[in-house]
Design a protein around this ligand. Structure first.
Ligand code: FAD
Length: 410
């Protein structure tokens, strides 16, 4: 379908779905574009829900990805509060929960991910919250008051960001992490140690290597988290941040290939050539790293939206991007570019004690594969360029501040 005259239906009106609709129009798609989302709100950003918005530093209008008028102005039919329950591939139609069938020529699945539930007794008690959507964030914000005892289960990005925001709001915060260090799946040990120290210095109690066995309640509301070593941590509020899983049931039921994510090629096409999958719900190839992965990040959602829209509009694929991510905790801005596959050495620039710093991860033959930068935007940008250019930089040069970033990246 490269004529641009058919109907594209996009299921999921989040970051990826709304970006795909916009990119289709930007790339000249002349046919119908229908964007269907089950949430009642127009597409909005999730990152501020654990950061600026949670702390009260951003208003709701600032969350919206595009003004509501953008959609009619670009002939994008935005259908909110509508849930798609089935894909009928032979009929090329999706079915809504109301029974209505909507035909498509091409379908883009932008279904996102869902917060993983905590499977322990007491997980359904009042005051046990997850964080994925605006209603989740509103419930959390209402409950976060000075002195409230918050237990965060999971020391990943969302858990640590909420811990930081809650401390700023005056809550007493404990973070429980099953692994031996925070951010264990997503950051190198040195970075984990840095963030652990920063949280502890700001009054967060950190329990690593600790498993929650049960949540205990009083009068239907949560009152504490019981650890497997028998200790009970008192809590008025529990945030479960134990990761997210891809929303892939629709695809699986339609017999599309799935493997922790809807499997797509480098143009975001699924195993059905008329169906694309983008964003958190998709498992995609990463050409720079020679493997496939499911990524949960805004830059990935935007990139895949471009890939799908370009393929549909008969344009060449976008240049393979360097995956990147950011996280804000207190006044610390973490930016990560690349992925630390096949790395053999880590080089540090800057000084964590006195200001910004960056950790560059290199292969044994000096190829820069990833950079983790804290309050160090120039190092992040230079590292991203080095990764994209497959630059080899000797560790001693990278470490030596007499060599400028510009010189190293060019
Ligand atoms: P989503 O934005 O989740 O959108 C999917 C949409 O599809 C949802 O609205 C869902 O309701 C809808 N949907 C699903 N199934 C159906 C159906 N059957 N019918 C109709 N609609 C359906 N990323 C970063 O890069 N940096 C950050 O700092 C960062 N912080 C984050 C903080 C929080 C609290 C959260 C939750 C996420 C954060 N992320 C961050 C991740 C980022 O928000 C996601 O990667 C991004 O939203 C993915 O976009 P998406 O469109 O794939 O999924």
């Amino acid at each position: 379908m490269s004529s641009g005259l058919g109907r594209v239906v996009i299921v999921g009106a989040g970051h990826a779905g709304s970006a795909a609709a916009a990119a289709l129009r930007q790339f000249g798609w002349a046919g119908r574009v229908t964007l269907i989302g089950e949430e009642p709100l127009p597409p909005y950003q999730r990152p501020p829900l654990s950061k600026a918005w949670l702390k009260g530093d951003a208003d709701f209008a600032g969350l919206l990805l595009r003004p509501a008028a953008f959609y009619p102005a670009n002939a994008i039919e935005l259908r909110l509060s509508e849930r798609v329950v089935r894909i009928d591939r032979p009929a090329k139609a999706v079915r809504l929960i109301t029974g209505e069938a909507i035909r498509y020529d091409c379908l883009i699945l932008a279904l996102g991910a869902a917060a993983r539930p905590l499977n322990v007794p007491g997980a359904a008690l009042r005051g046990v919250l997850a964080l994925r959507s605006v209603p989740d964030a509103e419930a959390l914000r209402r409950a976060l008051r000075r002195g409230v005892r918050l237990v965060v289960i999971g020391g990943g990005y969302i858990g640590l960001e909420v811990a930081a925001s809650a401390r700023v709001l005056g809550a007493e915060v404990t973070v429980i992490e099953r692994e031996s260090r925070v951010l264990s799946r997503v950051a190198c040990p040195a970075l984990s140690d840095f963030f652990a120290r920063e949280h502890v210095a700001r009054g967060v109690r950190l329990e690593c290597g600790a498993a929650v066995e049960a949540l205990e309640g009083a009068g239907g509301a949560v009152a504490g988290a019981r650890l497997s070593d028998g200790r009970l941590l008192a809590a008025d509020l529990v945030l479960v941040g134990v990761g997210a899983g891809p929303n892939q049931t629709l695809a699986r039921e339609a017999a599309l290939a799935c493997d922790d994510g809807i499997v797509v090629n480098e143009r975001a096409r699924s195993s059905d050539p008329n169906i694309f999958a983008i964003g958190d719900c998709a498992r995609r190839p990463l050409p720079l790293y020679g493997r496939t992965m499911r990524l949960e990040s805004v830059p990935n959602a935007l990139e895949m939206a471009k890939q799908a829209a370009a393929a549909l509009c008969g344009r060449g694929p976008p240049v393979p991007e360097v995956p990147w991510f950011w996280s804000d905790q207190y006044e610390l801005r973490l930016q990560i570019a690349g992925l630390p596959f096949d790395v053999a050495q880590t080089v540090s620039r800057g000084n964590p004690e006195t200001g910004g710093f960056a950790l560059f991860h290199l292969t044994a033959d000096d190829m820069v594969r990833a950079v983790e930068a804290v309050n160090a935007a120039p190092e992040f940008m230079a590292g991203k360029t080095m990764i994209a250019r497959l630059r080899r930089v000797a560790a001693e040069r990278l470490r030596d501040p007499r060599h400028t970033l510009q010189e190293l990246a060019s």
